[in-house]
Design a protein around this ligand. Structure first.
Ligand code: HMG
Length: 391
């Protein structure tokens, strides 16, 4: 494939929230058959932030291991993609400047378009690096998926941040130059400024996701992208993990391709393992899926991976990359699994109280008691100023 100088993901790390709620507990309290969540949605648990965690603390925790390993030389841009903004004006990335000891010669920006904007960040980073291959760009996708209590979206909540260092001659995933796009103005999911929870037309959102990913694939192919048969794995945006199965079956259907269910499962399963335990993490979800694939799949060296990004509203992008030789040496697989296992189990009552507490504190000065085990925490909001602390 033709293209820009070799650009892609040189390092990738993630963080999630302090608490975990088992979806069996949620099902029991809601009087729902747990199989609806485990089988119907393909979700087993969801990460729930402590009161002193937010997208900034998760973003810092995700990025810190990357900066410890690579330092900040030639790092001139940090792009934070989120739809859980903490301010209407100031970029959440700015709070990372002191928390991560970033150089004062850094371009720090926040990007928004529902779950899609991490992919925009990746493409913008590729452009910056094509202009100056010595530059390195840090992208952080960080989100907390919150729906109303007792709503259909509730079991798909979750929280995570994925940080990626994007460079020339990357060690993990080299991006192909072809990418396919689809956009449409549609009200399938949105969150007006006065709300902390999303409004969603569930059925429309699923239908639009299917249409958009299929159309993005068609554009990808028209622009010289790989064929279906070339891919060793497919990573989809994962609002819940059965969405990837639905999307892939839909894509095969539109292409008239008939694949055995076992083959579909083999090509999707490894990318859904972490998300099944964490829930939707909006912008981070696709990249958590990629990380899950890299951590679980048999050797992917020199194999192609397809990525389908979708953000409600909507923008979708299909793109791809080749896994680099030696990539496993750069992963943190044991650490990643430990991080998920180390979350603190919470009761249903505690979960409800935390969910309600979030809105009760909105716009009111408050100091937060230490709760999270993360090295980064939100300590207080006074005069509408957010104060963060690193351990
Ligand atoms: P719902 O109405 O609770 O669920 O909402 P359902 O009745 O449609 O059931 C879900 C599945 O479980 C169905 O499977 C049922 O058959 C099955 P399907 O027919 O779809 O294959 N089921 C069972 N399976 C086994 N045993 C049982 C059982 N009972 C039922 N006993 C919905 C589901 C996804 C709409 C809801 O969770 C929701 O509103 N979620 C939020 C929106 C969402 O995730 N949309 C996805 C596409 S949009 C997107 O991905 C973007 C997003 O991430 C936001 C962004 O971009 O910023 C959300």
């Amino acid at each position: 494939m033709s293209g820009i100088p070799s650009v892609g993901i040189h390092d990738i790390a993630f963080a999630t929230a302090h608490y975990v709620l088992d979806l069996d507990d949620l099902a029991r309290h809601r009087g729902v058959d747990p199989a609806k969540y485990h089988v119907g949605l393909g979700q087993d648990a969801m990460s729930v932030p402590a009161a002193d965690e937010d997208i900034v603390t998760m973003a810092a925790a995700a990025a810190a291991p990357i900066l410890r390993r690579h330092g900040t030389d030639n790092l001139r841009t940090v792009l934070l993609a989120t739809e859980t903004a903490v301010d209407q004006s100031k970029a959440a990335a700015l709070y990372l400047h002191p928390l991560l000891d970033l150089p004062s010669t850094t371009r720090l920006v926040e990007l928004k378009q529902a779950c899609y904007s991490g992919t925009a960040a990746l493409q913008f980073a590729a452009g910056l690096i094509a202009r100056d291959p010595a530059e390195r760009v840090l992208i952080i996708t960080s989100d907390i998926a919150r729906y109303d209590l007792d709503s259909p979206g509730e079991p798909t909540q979750g929280a995570a941040a994925v940080a990626m260092l994007v460079t020339a001659d990357p060690a993990i995933l080299q991006l192909d130059s072809a990418s396919g796009l689809y956009c449409e103005d549609v009200m399938d999911f949105w969150r007006p400024n006065h709300r902390s929870t999303a409004i969603v037309d569930g059925e429309l959102s699923v239908r639009t996701y299917l249409t958009a990913t299929g159309r993005a694939w068609a554009d990808y192919r028209m622009r010289g992208g790989r064929t279906l048969e070339e891919f060793a794995a497919f990573c989809y945006h994962l609002p819940f993990t059965t969405m990837a199965r639905k999307a892939h079956r839909n894509l095969l259907g539109t292409l008239g391709a008939e694949w055995e269910p076992e083959r579909i499962e083999r090509l999707l399963r490894d990318s859904t393992r972490y998300n099944r335990l964490i829930g939707n993490s909006y912008t981070a979800s696709l990249y958590l899926g990629l990380l899950s694939l890299l951590d679980h799949a048999p050797d992917l060296t020199d194999r192609a991976v397809a990525l389908f990004s979708y953000g409600s509203g909507c923008v979708s992008e299909c793109f791809s990359g080749i896994v680099r030789p030696g990539y496993r040496q750069h992963l943190r697989t044991a650490e990643n699994r430990d991080r998920i296992a180390a979350r603190t189990a919470m009761t249903y009552g505690r979960y409800r109280a935390l969910h309600a507490g979030h809105d009760a504190r909105y716009g009111i000065d408050h100091v937060l008691d230490p709760d999270t085990g993360s090295p980064y925490r939100l300590t207080e909001i006074t005069g509408d100023k957010r104060i963060y602390q690193k351990a």
